[in-house]
Design a protein around this ligand. Structure first.
Ligand code: NAD
Length: 358
């Protein structure tokens, strides 16, 4: 199969981890007889430096024309003082919106070789944890109306708006129910319906949609504060967790931590076409950038999800998962997942070993 992949390396550790994923994809192409081409494009801080804006039109155009997009991470202290609409993160939100990617799937899986890396007590995780967070990506408070003003009584004031339509809720509910159908047929839908009007609409819509279209999927509701508590109290109770944009942003990082390291978790963003955007869930880690110590596994797994979910290459996906498992069980670790008795290696070496184990 011939596939053209747009690569948005971004900032900080972005270039290191996308290079690592490309090395693994090249090995897959060689082994399975595919032809992958990689097109580097600018996004985030590096785009601001090169052309004064975080999301150049050229990047949008070429991402849309690609078969799929691999993203590293954006942002860093260098651009922190810029106004909100010119910051690197604006580029990230912009590319998701421009590509019509409304669903973000973030599997938080505890790898058996890394059971000791979880900060939770062993009995809470020993039977395995795999929480698939299905996060709405292009609505809610990150995209709602916002502003700053000077209130006569309160002084300087700022506001953001959480807003959801039935259409937006239904399309993300469909993604969660579809996934649940292939798994345990259970969805936990997260909201704050005791306080927020938008959450009450969320709850009504998710139930009505699931009952009509996925009668064999059981949807239960959980308030976001309780969900945050349950993820550390009993993570194994969850399978598919359906959330709004902001709740999913927060809970998926918490779920990630339960599984050991943020450096292990990948995510996919999809809309109505096969062209998706695949990235690690972590940020650009400026504190370790350029040192060859970043964990590339999240990005390598993101590339694997691209093969499965955008290109239909299920065998190749499974091969990468097995190669990661083998490398970990051989005792190789990057610094973030290092434990006693294991062999510490860098980002490049980790990618080389995973590619070798394919
Ligand atoms: P971060 O995820 O970049 O880092 C948090 C901590 O985890 C740091 O100690 C970092 O060293 C470590 N870490 C992250 N990824 C790692 C990896 N692959 N291997 C080993 N250790 C890893 O979050 P942050 O520090 O809050 O944010 C840094 C920058 O990244 C900010 O500018 C933020 O806006 C941006 N950010 C970008 C994205 C994205 O591009 N999707 C997501 C989150 C944050």
């Amino acid at each position: 199969m011939k596939k053209h992949i747009a690569v948005l390396a971004g900032d900080g550790i972005g270039p290191e981890i996308t290079d690592a994923a490309i090395a693994v994809l090249k090995k897959i192409a060689e082994k399975y007889g595919h032809e992958f081409t990689f097109e580097p494009l600018l996004l985030g801080g590096c785009a601001i430096d090169a052309c004064g804006e975080p999301l150049p039109a050229h990047t949008v155009e070429h991402c849309r024309a690609s078969d799929s997009v691999l993203l590293g991470a954006v942002g860093g202290p260098k651009w922190d003082a810029l106004p909100g609409d010119r910051r690197p993160e604006k580029g990230l939100l912009g590319i998701r919106k421009a590509m019509g990617l409304y669903s973000n799937i973030r599997p938080a899986k505890l790898w058996s070789a890394l059971a000791d890396a979880s900060p939770l007590k062993r009995h809470l995780v020993e039977n395995g944890v795999e929480i698939i967070v299905v996060r709405e990506l292009t609505g809610g408070i990150y995209f709602g109306e916002r502003g700053v003003c000077t209130d006569e009584e309160l002084g300087e004031t700022a506001w953001d708006t959480e807003k959801y339509s039935v259409k937006e809720i239904e399309r993300i509910a469909r993604i969660a129910c579809e996934l649940a159908e292939k798994r345990t047929k259970r969805v936990v839908s997260v909201d704050k319906a005791n306080v927020l009007e938008s959450s009450r609409l969320w709850r009504r819509t998710v139930h009505a949609y699931a009952e009509k279209h996925y009668p064999d999927v059981t949807v239960t509701d959980m308030l976001v504060d309780n969900a945050a508590m349950q993820i550390v109290k009993d993570p194994a109770q969850f399978d598919v967790l359906l959330t709004s944009n902001m709740f999913g942003d927060i809970l998926s990082d918490e779920a990630a931590q339960v599984t050991g390291s943020i450096g292990m978790l990948a995510s996919s963003s999809l809309g109505d076409t096969a062209c998706g955007l695949y990235e690690p869930i972590h940020g650009s880690a400026p504190d370790i950038a350029g040192k060859d110590v970043a964990n590339p596994i999240a990005t390598i797994l993101a590339a694997a999800m691209m093969l499965r979910d955008s290109f239909g290459m299920t065998e190749e996906y499974a091969a990468i998962e097995r190669a990661v498992e083998k490398t970990l069980s051989d005792g190789f670790r990057t610094a973030d997942i290092m434990s006693e008795g294991m062999k510490k290696i860098g980002c490049r070496e980790m990618a080389r070993r995973i590619a070798e184990n394919l």
